[in-house]
Design a protein around this ligand. Sequence first.
Ligand code: SF4
Length: 237
Amino acid sequence: MGDAAGRRARRGTRPAIRLDPTALRTFGTKLRAWYRRHARDLPWRQTRDPYRILVSELMLQQTQVARVIDFYHRFLERFPSVERLAKARESQVVAQWEGLGYYARARNLHKLSRRVVREGFPTEADQLRTLPGIGPYTAGAVATFAFERRAPLVDTNVARVLTRVFAPHLHPKRARDQKAIWAIAEATLPRTGRASWTHNQALMELGALLCTARVRHCGACPVRSLCKSRDQKTGAR
Ligand code: SF4
């Protein structure tokens, strides 16, 4: 083992991943073109309202899209704005969340609504992370989907796609690989915030529709030509 590799092994870190800029550009272009043709028409993709996007993101954290759609509409009928939510009692918010489970999400949403009403909605990912219950993924999602910021985001689907395409030696769920996966997500972003909106939606959509945990539809995949894991049948990653 060489000195550098030895030091890395002792520290438990990974070497920086070299990504070919041409491959990154081609990846983004193909991915976004595919998304424009195949994206599902989901209600939270028709708005830039940060409150509505945050509600959808929190609901989607532990629940399938098809189930969330009904809950999302009913919740927003009852609490159509962040101001209305902030005026409600916590028990009313939790009651409206009934059926979705993981009620800490509802409590945090209620708590943060009061702060947002006082201080305004943060627009940058690092500021969004200071809100109660908001982790790096949700902060990136609200920054990019509501405010069209050029912010990376990594959830389970995105981590799976990125590791399969660019770095099969990384594991999408392994804690020590997360920094490298976020770096790949950032490197794939296009130059503008507006294009980043499409890009991040497309990454998630590819992971949900074609490159799933259980099945890889490589034959239909827009980034197949660049993917280091294409046509592999095995592996639950
Ligand atoms: S080629 Fe296959 S493994 Fe690679 S990203 Fe596409 S669906 Fe996933």
